[in-house]
Write a protein that binds this ligand. Sequence first.
Ligand code: G16
Length: 544
Amino acid sequence: MPTNRVSTRPFEGQKPGTSGLRKKVSEFQQPGYLENFVQAIFNALPPGGGRALVVGGDGRYYNREAIQTIIRMAAANGCQRMWIGRGGLLSTPAVSCLIRKFGAEGGIVLSASHNPGGPEGDFGIKFNGTNGGPATEAVTAAIYQASLQLDHYLTCDSEDVSLDRLGDSMVEDMVVSVIDPVADYAELMESLFDFPALSQLLQHKRFRICFDAMHAVTGPYAKAILEERLGAPEGTVINAEPLPDFGGGHPDPNLVHAAELVARMNGDEPFAFGAASDGDGDRNMVLGTGFYINPCDSLAVLTANLHLLPGYRDGVAGVARSMPTSRAVDRVAKAKGIPCYETPTGWKFFGNLMDDGRITLCGEESFGTGSSHVREKDGLWAVLCWLNIIASRQQPARAIVRSHWQRFGRDYFSRHDYEEVDAVAANQLMDQLRGSLTSLPGQRFGEHVVASADDFSYTDPVDGSVSEGQGLRVLFEDDARIVFRLSGTGTAGATLRVYYDRPQRDPARLELDTQRTLASLFAAADEMAGISRHTGRSTPDVIT
Ligand code: G16
């Protein structure tokens, strides 16, 4: 079959953000747009690279069409072997699992994560490397450079591959295997957790749970593992069918968007535990009865208890958190005498630390938690961790968190997002604040006096690479902290994220209202950065 060389010209703006290239579906549907980015991936790989790839997506609108394009282009670019999840579905952690299991040279994930889908929604694509993790900064920079130099892409005229039938077929010289998207991932989970104990817990009459798959990719995984393998009652997983538009919802597992889960948890049925996952299955939100567990606390609690789980009996080598994530986990690491790394936002920064054996566990405030079993954050894994800890300690989630706070103290944490802000105004805010950083120490904002302020820069301890400009952080003398950064995952205007955290050690002050506890910091942030002046907004759009 002949290879077609199709002339093209670079598109502007194919620079990957925090996690791959995310744009409106309509932008991806422009002739040559997806093709250019895929060709840029192949051009950026080392010679002979990309011969064995795992490909899958979260099932959002345009997933199937994109996969057929990628199949033809991969064959024309010399790929020999490709594994695709049936129906074009693979969760992001499952892609990572399969790359590692098959020894593939990488993978292509089609997802815009928690962003809405459908013809008017978002689409995304990212490349994962041989370790199963998101491409490093050096690789994404190479992909971007390649995208700027394109004058052609390679494809072929093959028929569409049937994505719904398991089995192998040939496209040029490439063997394409359509595989069960769940089986290998489920096997990995079984090797990490105490499945008999989980079965007993989930079949207990007085321990009902609710898992909201939000009509996204985790549905089939959660049904297969929680209901079919572990015997949780049918209906435990709600919104289990992946839909191209996520049923019109916003597949972001937080208290606002996982509204059905929250309503059920607060309803008449006595649920002991609730959880939700996002579009591509890498994020998680966990809830106890009448109790929201902040992702920063979740990371700290998992770090303190991971040794209880069969796959982690050897202990935790070290932990890492993204810089804006609260410092709750730092104290657990200190108590355990293990290292704790502070990385920039983005899962790609954890990969080297895991590959080098420095960390076992990592997480972010953005509802991401994961371990070295794969190189992505993993929503369902985090839920199984919690359930296994509940089973092992024989305590409800709420009691586990409360006793954690009693032992380690609590870090009140909240993130305020100002979405679709005018990009020029958002950059002005950041530039002005950056310009004032050196003069901030010593200044008082209400009850808080600034101790230090900087623009976070990270030197990877493994390869020595330096990532600058990763967020403005302001630390106060009372140990409270504010972080300002612009999101790297939005697709319209700019999203300003302001992160607040405030440690509390007084055992009598561990159950206060978070927003009220942090209110004086909100005022300080507005005074120091002029949030309302620059954005024209008096309140954030999303509070987590
Ligand atoms: C991605 C990254 C995460 C990051 C999150 C938010 O997650 O993998 O590391 O924390 O975006 O990034 P930002 O604050 O730049 O928008 P996901 O789940 O969207 O792939």
